[in-house]
Design a protein around this ligand. Structure first.
Ligand code: ADP
Ligand code: MG
Length: 238
């Protein structure tokens, strides 16, 4: 029953989004069409600018489609007992390379006593990457991104903190709205995807932010549901 409810929720979310996605993809397509039409009549210098705009808009369309597909994909995703610390070590080279290009620092603090939890590692990797990328995008080249795990009595916690621009209190409620973005090349789907991944893991996501100082996203996975799920899996396996 729970899987069925999850599926319905996902379908209705996807349904609601189908209307907005059409709009979001038509915008860049209209821009692309307009600039291609103009290309003929313009000087080489102007053509260069237009080509640049066209390519950027094409990339944006592509990003929107990718994010949307990740959301719409049917994931009766298999979960396995996994230690979040191991997953972070796997991801570190990727995140580090990204930060390095931006001149930023990565600070990884893993709690050695962290207990494994049931997760779909592919989804949780996507969650960590999205939160990290948002953090990096909020900072200048002197920023530091901190990724931290903590073993709590009832939950396993992941914190992603940046020293970036911060989020004004009145904007906090908009963060998880589809297509809310303050970036010229943003899709506004990253956090929607994060939220849906966290919900599929019976987790919670919280945000703490101070304008001009930085932002922390806190994701908690309950151990309760992990042990319940693994018991169920064991029972089903017979
Ligand atoms: P996108 O990154 O494509 O804009 P997201 O859903 O990932 O879409 O984020 C939505 C918006 O939330 C961002 O455009 C930004 O305004 C805000 N945001 C998210 N993470 C942070 C952060 N760490 N610091 C400041 N603002 C953030
Ligand atoms: Mg994002």
């Amino acid at each position: 029953l729970k899987d069925e409810v999850d599926r319905m929720e996902r379908l209705s979310l996807v349904g609601q989004m189908a209307a907005s996605i059409t709009h979001e993809i038509r915008n860049p397509l209209a821009v692309i069409r307009g600039f291609i039409q103009l290309l003929n009549e313009r000087s080489p210098a102007e053509q260069k600018t237009y080509f640049h705009i066209v390519l950027e808009e094409l990339d944006r369309t592509n990003l929107i489609i990718n994010d949307f597909l990740s959301l719409a994909q049917n994931r009766t995703a298999e979960k396995e007992l996994f230690n979040l610390n191991d997953l972070l070590s796997d991801l570190l080279p990727l995140i580090w390379a990204d930060a390095n290009m931006r001149g930023q620092i990565i600070d990884l603090h893993t709690d050695a006593s962290l207990e494994p939890i049931l997760m779909n590692s592919k989804e949780i990797k996507q969650l960590v990457l999205n939160l990290s990328r948002n953090g990096m995008e909020a900072m200048n080249d002197k920023g530091a991104l901190k990724i931290e795990t903590t073993n709590l009595p009832d939950s396993v916690q992941l914190r992603v903190s940046d020293t970036g621009v911060g989020i004004p209190a009145e904007k906090l409620k908009l963060l998880f709205e589809p297509f809310y973005t303050t970036k010229t090349n943003g899709t506004g789907l990253g956090l929607v995807l994060c939220m849906s991944i966290v919900e599929r893991h019976d987790g919670k996501i919280q945000v703490e932010s101070t304008v001009g100082q930085g932002t922390t996203f806190i994701v908690s996975f309950s151990k309760q549901s992990a042990s319940r799920d693994s018991r169920q899996a064991a029972e089903q396996a017979g």
